[in-house]
Design a protein around this ligand. Structure first.
Ligand code: SF4
Ligand code: SF4
Length: 132
């Protein structure tokens, strides 16, 4: 799984896929930019240099394991992720796994996109501070 570099996410949102399945591949088929590939052994690879951060893959992943990250400024990051169940309100606090770290961290919700037709989940955007 390719982790987008800090330089990459300073330029805009990029997908990070934390998937251990080898029997799906839906994300690769929905990405219109060929930014996700499936290797010969069935494993998923994201290609941050090609990804345009459109988010088309995020709500289509049945396991909800695709997130978009963007670096804003002053150690502030934005994360976009799929959410199953009742959606939070803007300003609420949610726990997320940040990029480049393992421990969970609190993030403040900035945008909520309800589940649309053809989407499996609602989408949340949230921001958090993380020292580099
Ligand atoms: S965010 Fe868009 S361009 Fe990037 S991997 Fe997902 S569908 Fe492809
Ligand atoms: S859609 Fe989700 S579960 Fe399926 S291969 Fe892609 S990342 Fe894995």
């Amino acid at each position: 799984m390719a982790l987008p570099s800090l330089d990459r996410i300073k330029m805009g949102r990029a997908a990070f896929i934390d998937c251990r399945r080898s029997d799906c591949g839906i994300c690769a088929s929905v990405c219109g930019f060929s930014a996700i590939s499936i290797s010969e052994n069935g494993c998923v690879d994201a290609h941050p240099d090609i990804c345009v951060g459109c988010g088309g893959c995020v709500s289509k992943c049945p396991d909800g394991v695709i997130r978009l990250f963007k670096y804003r400024a002053d150690d502030e990051f934005e994360v976009t992720f799929a959410h199953d169940g009742e959606l939070p309100d803007i300003g609420d606090t949610v726990c997320i796994k940040p990029i480049y770290k393992n421990e969970s961290i609190q993030a403040s919700v900035t945008q909520v996109i309800p589940r649309g037709a053809g989407s499996l989940f609602g989408i949340i955007r949230a921001v958090y501070k993380q020292k580099q």
